[in-house]
Design a protein around this ligand. Structure first.
Ligand code: NDP
Ligand code: OXD
Length: 306
């Protein structure tokens, strides 16, 4: 069995060593133009040339959860695209969202400002019932986040394409229930995949439907947000604040207004990092299963887009 590795922005060597340890006997190497045909590829943002030169790939293993960049390429028709299923990312997302939510709800930013001035001053307690948290996308990451937020006794709402039942979460589904979901939400968390149906879904119109004092936590893809709509809404008091991890252009340019806006917190696309060890074990397990003709989870539906 031959496996090629092509990882933009990542050093391939530790991945190759890790995969070799998991799959002894497999020939595993960095992809080079003109390389012989392989059975599987482990990739992040590969080139179209790789896919054109490797028409027989059985599995194309993405070392992330989002496959929007891969689906822009022409993938050979019989090649299955397989995304990472959690692999240590959902707990990171749960940490990130709970931290951001609690920081906002408990006004820790105000305490930090007070502390810088040496000011001893209490904030009036706020009511959890006034901070319903709505999670867009209830997949591998969104469901874990919803359950984590529910542990802190906030009202939790979720929105997905298909109906589902999650303990402690009021689930809305499909376009027909989107407005009701938004108007019941105060803190909005985006964990949707980026598809034709979800591009630009965070905009003046949708964010304007949130309950008063709305707060945005944008952690899926930058192209979900119509960036030009955000600052005017914050400045007009239509939104209370935003924490953004993903952007239309990454790295976020140093002169971008988001960096310096007092109601925006920026993190550098790190809300859930790919963890190498967990990801290698997961990918190797799926390659073994595919080689034995067994089903694997996380196979992407290219028509649905996730
Ligand atoms: P999943 O594919 O497991 O879940 C996607 C969810 O979105 C599903 O619940 C799905 O509904 C729902 N959904 C998809 N399209 C629509 C739609 N048109 N309307 C309503 N709901 C919809 O994805 P993950 O949870 O694993 O990951 C989500 C995204 O998070 C990734 O695609 C990636 O972009 C991003 N991400 C960001 C990271 C970061 O560091 N910032 C790290 C990792 C991922 P249904 O259940 O009905 O199919
Ligand atoms: C992912 C990401 O999709 O890191 O996994 O954004």
């Amino acid at each position: 069995m031959k496996i090629i590795v092509s990882l933009t922005d990542n050093r391939p060597d530790p991945w190759i060593e890790g995969l070799k340890a998991e799959l002894p006997g497999a020939q595993i190497e960095t992809w080079q133009p003109g390389a012989a045909q392989a059975d599987h590829a482990v990739v992040w943002a590969p080139s179209q040339q790789l896919l054109d030169e490797q028409p027989q790939l059985h599995g194309l293993f993405n070392i992330g959860a989002g496959v929007d960049a891969l689906l822009k390429l022409k993938v050979p028709p019989q090649t299955r695209i397989v995304r990472l299923d959690d692999a240590g990312m959902s707990v990171q997302m749960a940490e990130y969202v709970c931290h951001t939510l609690i920081r906002h709800f408990r006004e820790f930013d105000v305490y930090e400002a007070d502390a810088r001035e040496g000011r001893w001053s209490y904030r009036k307690p706020r009511l959890r019932r006034d901070f319903p948290v709505g999670i867009m996308g209830l997949g591998v990451l969104g469901e874990r986040v919803a359950k984590a937020v529910a542990q802190f006794e906030f009202p939790v709402l979720g929105w997905s394409r298909s109906p589902k039942a999650i303990d402690g979460v009021k689930v809305f589904s499909g376009e027909a229930q989107f407005d009701e979901f938004l108007s019941s939400t105060r803190v909005l968390v985006n964990l949707l995949p980026l598809t034709d149906a979800t591009r630009g879904i965070l905009n003046r119109n949708t964010l304007g439907k949130l309950r008063p004092g709305g707060y945005l936590i944008s952690i899926a893809r930058g192209a979900h947000l119509v960036e030009d709509d955000l600052i005017p809404m914050l400045d007009a008091g239509q939104l209370a604040g935003a924490t953004l991890d993903v952007f239309q252009v990454e790295p976020l340019p140093a002169d971008h207004a988001f960096w310096r806006h007092p109601k925006i917190t920026v993190t550098p696309h790190g809300s859930a990092r790919t963890l190498r060890e967990e990801s290698i074990a997961q990918i190797a397990g799926k390659i073994r299963a595919m080689e034995q003709g067994l089903p694997v989870s996380g196979v992407v539906d290219p028509v649905r887009g996730y």
